[in-house]
Design a protein. Structure first.
Length: 134
């Protein structure tokens, strides 16, 4: 996962249900649906907590470059945005949280549900530990 200068925390999920559970835990912890964005290739199921979460991306037919540009616009670095675009292209899901000073808590919640993320070189280090999953 990654923390950007704008306090955006990004988690990658390999499993829809785990992403859904992470979002439910974030909401239970007091995060609002306006602070959480989700994106995945699997359709959101009726009755899912994800029904009320906005998509990370504005269009469903976006290219990797489009996805990268939207992530960069949210304050995510170019190398991270490219990484997350590749993860999306590989069928994984993203949960992006505007953590507003609650970065550590956000990381813990996402990691507890199996999220992982970008762990770049020294210029991209965040002070948080990646789960090591890929």
């Amino acid at each position: 996962m990654a923390l950007t200068e704008r306090s955006m925390v990004v988690g990658v999920f390999q499993d829809y249900k785990l992403a859904e559970q992470a979002v439910a835990s974030l909401l239970a912890a007091g995060f609002t649906s306006d602070q959480i964005k989700y994106s995945g290739h699997q359709p959101v199921l009726a009755g899912s907590v994800l029904e009320h979460i906005r998509s990370v991306f504005t269009r469903q037919d976006e290219t990797d470059e489009d996805m990268s540009q939207e992530l960069i616009a949210m304050g995510i670095s170019e190398p991270e945005a490219a990484y997350y675009s590749r993860e999306m292209a590989s069928g994984r899901m993203l949960v992006v949280v505007s953590s507003d000073g609650r970065e550590q808590e956000t990381f813990i919640i996402l990691q507890s549900h199996g999220a992982y993320g970008y762990s770049g070189g020294a210029t991209e280090t965040t002070g948080y530990v990646d789960t090591g999953k890929s």
